[in-house]
Design a protein around this ligand. Structure first.
Ligand SMILES: Nc1ncnc2c1ncn2[C@@H]1O[C@H](COP(=O)(O)OP(=O)(O)OP(=O)(O)O)[C@@H](O)[C@H]1O
Length: 258
């Protein structure tokens, strides 16, 4: 099983430190971790650091064996918040290109099936031969998710993957990601502003604020009125819906956010 552990991780841009001392317990394949926190808390920076796209102090320990045959070490894949669009490609070509990155140029039947599966799972088969440049913002976001899932990463870092999606698509994408985490033994970290989605889909919630890790644990234990006031500067209550699902209701502003 693939695991991730952070030990004293920090990120600086020039002389400005945006994250420091981020230490976590072992996060394991099969779970979904929601990374939440105010704007500019450092969520994207943490993802880029885990994916090895930027350097910094501390240790990002990725261990274990990938369940994907032929992969010598676990792979981490980062889906950024804003993805560039190559308008010349069709959706199908862009997904093919994404998972052939760094690999051979021959395409097997299995790989073509993988593209069909991911298009079907995201309910975007009808977009397969449309040009990327003619898609809506939400459609483009779904294609970016398809590109990332087709690569079958062991650690999936999704940066606000549902920000442009309608309610149905948000639910479908988060359910799919949760199912794939369980089925493939993939560790999924999702940065997300909608705390109710985090409460619904995450096994653990990780809260960043003031350049630090403020809390990490089971959603119901972590997302409390006191934390919401401290981190977001809002007065809120947490209700429990039928089926024991916690739900945040924001009542007003309580002061300055972290
Ligand atoms: N390439 C960069 N160069 C300099 N500063 C950066 C860079 N990228 C991010 N920052 C700064 O680092 C801090 C954290 O930004 P980051 O994008 O990681 O936050 P975030 O939690 O993902 O924010 P949001 O919720 O608004 O997307 C911010 O103050 C931002 O201005």
């Amino acid at each position: 099983m693939v695991t991730l552990r952070l030990d004293g991780v920090g990120v600086s841009y020039g002389r400005r430190r945006v994250l420091e001392g981020i230490t976590t317990p072992v996060l394991a394949g099969g779970e979904v971790v929601a990374v939440v926190g105010p704007n500019a808390a450092g969520k994207s920076s943490l993802f880029r650091r885990i994916a090895g796209l930027i350097a910094g102090v501390g240790e990002v320990a990725i261990e274990g064996r990938s369940p994907v045959a032929g992969r010598s070490r676990p792979s981490a894949c980062y889906l950024p918040q804003d993805t560039a669009v190559n308008a010349v490609l069709t959706v199908y070509e862009s997904i093919l290109l994404a998972f052939k990155q760094g690999g051979s140029w021959s395409v097997s039947d299995d790989e073509l099936k993988r593209i069909d599966t991911v298009l079907r799972e995201l309910e975007i088969e009808d977009l397969a031969f449309r040009g990327l440049g003619e898609l809506s913002g939400g459609q483009r976001q779904l294609v970016s998710i398809a590109q990332t899932l087709a690569r079958e990463p062991d650690i999936l870092l999704l940066d606000e993957p549902t920000s442009a999606l309608d309610l149905h698509r948000q639910f479908e994408v988060l359910s799919l990601v949760q199912r794939l985490a369980r089925e493939r033994g993939m560790l999924v970290l999702i940065s997300i502003h909608d705390l109710n989605q985090a409460l619904r889909f995450a096994d653990r919630v990780m809260v960043l604020a003031r350049s630090r890790l403020v809390a990490l644990g089971a959603p119901r234990e972590i997302v409390t009125p006191a934390l919401l006031a401290d981190v977001y500067g809002v007065r809120a209550r947490v209700e429990v819906l039928e089926g024991e699902l916690p739900y945040v209701v924001v009542e007003g502003a309580a002061g300055r956010a972290a």
